[in-house]
Design a protein. Structure first.
Length: 135
């Protein structure tokens, strides 16, 4: 197919220019796709799969490593996929999801306190970032 491209002055009375303007306005008013969410991701160390609710949330303190983070604009919360790094915990190696108003970076490990509501797991306090041990 042969295509001829012809320059047209902006805002001219050209019918194709008007059609392009009309379609651009319609697209801006009713986007077909949801806005993209920025998700930051790191490789998990645990061989376990993500299992929502696999980590019991009962107000404990534990060491977690953040695998992914996503900011939920409407709720004004961070959603984290995390793995439990506390070796003495019965949940060691489990991978779950938790929410927080506090910001944490994927790939980093933190010593945190969680709330006591299993249906709405939250990080209440970050005590410190745990430095990775060199092997």
């Amino acid at each position: 197919m042969k295509v001829d491209i012809k320059w047209v002055a902006g805002h001219s009375k050209h019918p194709h220019n008007r059609a392009a303007d009309r379609m651009a306005r319609q697209s801006a008013q009713r986007p077909y796709n949801k806005p993209l969410a920025a998700v930051r991701l790191r490789r998990k160390l645990s061989p376990e799969s993500v299992d929502i609710g696999s980590v019991g949330i009962d107000g404990q303190r534990m060491t977690i490593r953040i695998v992914s983070s996503e900011y939920l604009r409407v709720q004004k919360l961070w959603k984290y996929m995390f793995e439990v790094m506390s070796r003495k915990s019965k949940f060691y190696g489990s991978v779950d999801v938790i929410f927080s108003e506090l910001s944490m970076d994927p790939g980093h490990t933190y010593y945190v306190k969680v709330n006591e509501v299993q249906e709405n797991p939250r990080v209440e306090k970050i005590y410190r970032e745990v430095k990775a041990k060199k092997e």
